[in-house]
Design a protein. Structure first.
Length: 334
């Protein structure tokens, strides 16, 4: 199983000052669904591609909520490997729970070894590199190659941007930069490359001589984190490897979608420049009748007179408690 960018702890205040629906439980809900699937299907290994948490400084309560779950999975006999991401500043918070022999964290460039159904697996990885991955990548690869033992399946895990990765509603494509790995630098001695960091699921193929192709797999995030992702499907991958002795390889990539709340735009820019509170109220109420009760709404409005009307108190009277709302990209406490 391969998933990433869970961002646990996001919008999960432990002592909220006001009562409203939070996004935090959405992330934990999908995290639990992933782990439940792993346990029911008895997957052999779980790989997390980074950004387990939403930021570096995490409240102890959130750390416990996350690590308790990982520990319970580890106790069932399933091994888990975790790449620290950029949101964790390339390191995960310490805990005795992560010392379980089935939990492996890439604190540095290193390789872990497993044997599954007579297949020898070498799973290499390294924590997020913020400074100049373009130049540092070849050095990391040399470090990994020095100590790597022979195996049937070799995986390289990371939390980085690859040339050709696309994001956002305009399909922005990363081409070149100090924070972008060049496709030409990907080595041929791996079965697959696995990475977090890009929130849109996608597979980028690296072609080698003799028509050999190796997939660079982004599972994407498990939840929609911003409106730039509002139309993206979220989920995780199940990767199956063949035990063909003559040519062990990645035989299947199966993407499993996860439930996500709809993100919708409510555009008020068509209203006249000078408008009454009642017209704004009526317009919003009419729009709400067409929406799912669990919607996450972004109200788009550039009119200063309307923005003055859209106070937290005004919106709280209109927006159902099952919904979340933000205005022009800024969260309102509703």
């Amino acid at each position: 199983m391969f998933f990433a960018d869970t961002h646990l702890g996001f919008d999960y205040p432990l002592k909220p000052r006001i009562e409203k629906r939070r996004r935090g439980p959405d992330f934990f809900k999908n995290f639990d669904l992933v782990l439940e699937y792993a346990q029911k299907q008895k997957v052999n290994l779980i790989i997390h591609g980074g950004d387990l948490f939403y930021q570096t400084e995490i409240p102890e309560k959130i750390i416990s909520l996350v690590y308790d779950r990982l520990f319970r999975i580890a106790e069932t006999g399933i091994s888990m490997l975790i790449v620290p991401g950029n949101h964790e500043s390339s390191r995960l918070p310490g805990s005795l729970l992560t010392q379980h022999y089935n939990i492996h964290i890439f604190h540095k460039p290193e390789t872990y070894y497993f044997e599954v159904h007579n297949l020898k697996l070498a799973i290499s990885g390294f924590p997020f590199i913020r400074e100049n991955i373009l130049d540092n990548f070849s050095y990391i690869l040399r470090q990994l190659k020095q100590d790597r033992k022979a195996a049937d399946i070799n995986l390289l895990c990371m939390h980085q941007i690859l040339e050709g990765a696309t994001v956002g509603p305009s399909d922005y494509t990363f081409r070149y930069g100090n924070d972008v790995i060049s496709k030409k630098d990907l080595p041929p001695d791996y079965t697959a490359y696995l990475s977090g960091h890009i929130h849109r699921k996608q597979v980028i193929w690296k072609c080698f001589p003799n028509n050999r192709k190796i997939p660079f797999i982004y599972p994407g995030s498990i939840e929609r984190t911003t409106f730039a992702e509002k139309d993206e499907v979220k989920g995780f991958y199940i990767l199956e490897f063949s035990n063909n002795e003559s040519d062990p390889a990645l035989s299947k990539m199966i993407f499993h979608p996860l439930p996500t709340r709809p993100m919708v735009d409510m555009d008020l820019n068509h209203l006249p420049s000078h408008v009454s509170d009642n017209l704004v109220r009526t317009t919003i109420l009419e729009s709400l009748t067409k929406l799912d009760k669990d919607s996450i709404i972004r109200i788009k409005c550039k009119n200063p007179s309307i923005l003055k009307i859209l106070s937290s108190a005004f919106l709280k009277d209109l927006i159902p408690s099952t919904m979340n709302v933000q205005i022009s990209g800024f969260m309102r406490k509703v």
